[in-house]
Design a protein around this ligand. Sequence first.
Ligand SMILES: Nc1ncnc2c1ncn2[C@@H]1O[C@H](COP(=O)(O)OP(=O)(O)O)[C@@H](O)[C@H]1O
Ligand SMILES: [Mg+2]
Length: 382
Amino acid sequence: MEFRILGRFEVVDAGRDVTPPRPKQRALLALLLLRAGERVATDEAAEALWDGRPPPSARNAIQGHVKALRQLLGRERIETRDGGYVLQLQEDELDLHLFERLLTSARGTHAHAQAELLGRALALFRGAPLEDFRYDAFAAADAARIDELRLLALEARIDADLELGRHEQVVPELERLVHEAPLRERLWGQLMLALYRSGRQADALDAYRRARRELVDELGLEPGRDLQQLERRILSQAPELDRPRGRAPGALIPTPPTPLLGRERELAEARRLLLRDEIRLVTLTGPGGTGKTRLALEVARTAAARFPGGAFFASLASLDDAELVLPTLAHAVGIAEGGDAPLLESLAARLAERPALVVLDNVEHVAAAAALLSELLAAAPA
Ligand SMILES: Nc1ncnc2c1ncn2[C@@H]1O[C@H](COP(=O)(O)OP(=O)(O)O)[C@@H](O)[C@H]1O
Ligand SMILES: [Mg+2]
């Protein structure tokens, strides 16, 4: 079942709309969802549903609403526990939880994966969070928290886009965002940088003046140090404002801290296969812990010099998402530019330029990787 609160309230069960019809039922369900897995006392629910002034009949009314909700969502969904109710949720049934999980996965990853994960997280919004309840006291704090998380996610996604060279694409979106959140200095800074990198230095400086006017007029404050420093750098056309050009270094083959023992035969065999022109994919299989990763690294290190396009390493072990295979590969190979071409094409083009070696570890972990690999091998001619 899908419970959606990032916009108008909706409950969908296998494609069927099962949103409770009555406003009080919707509010009760929203309250239970926000506190999923925890007990909500009947009195507390009454306070929430009647905004602090529950009538004497409130307890009975709530029992009736719970009964109706159970008919709609299934008996086991709402459990009665010591004078209160607990709603049971499975992972990702609530769009808010999926949103938060995607934000956590995006943290600390590379720009390609960040742009992908955060873009997906932000696409979950269909309107203002908790749209139906944001002026009810019980939902106000959560609505404010989700608004803030959404802005942070937006800013992080735009940072990733800027890192990927998508400065021109983000300008219109940033113009709209600074209009909606004019006191958000980070957005103004991103707009200034995006304009500057698009060759629009005068517009970038004008954005600074607009930001300053908002802050002075609204808060009586000068822009913060970061924004002031950015303005000075734009005035002096400081080289550090430019995105690093050319190739990102990519993920080179890591060197294990201990020497390799034995394996001469396997090493020679794998190397021989790898260096044959007509062989483009060598797979090492075996039970966990038998030394596949280790052998692959050793083969790659000793054969790297034969690949003028470079030798790279990408581990798929920590990916819990098939959509991330391509961005992870692109990152490993050092594709920095966002560009307009689809990522698969940029990656294939890069690999087609000059023979390169890519070690993919733990491919079995993400089943979809195999399909992508054959696409890639077809797209990048030998
Ligand atoms: N030939 C070897 N010489 C030295 N250490 C090895 C050798 N083969 C494997 N190891 C070590 O054994 C551990 C497990 O090997 P690993 O390559 O990670 O296995 P797998 O990838 O098959 O699960 C690692 O710590 C690795 O460094
Ligand atoms: Mg391994």
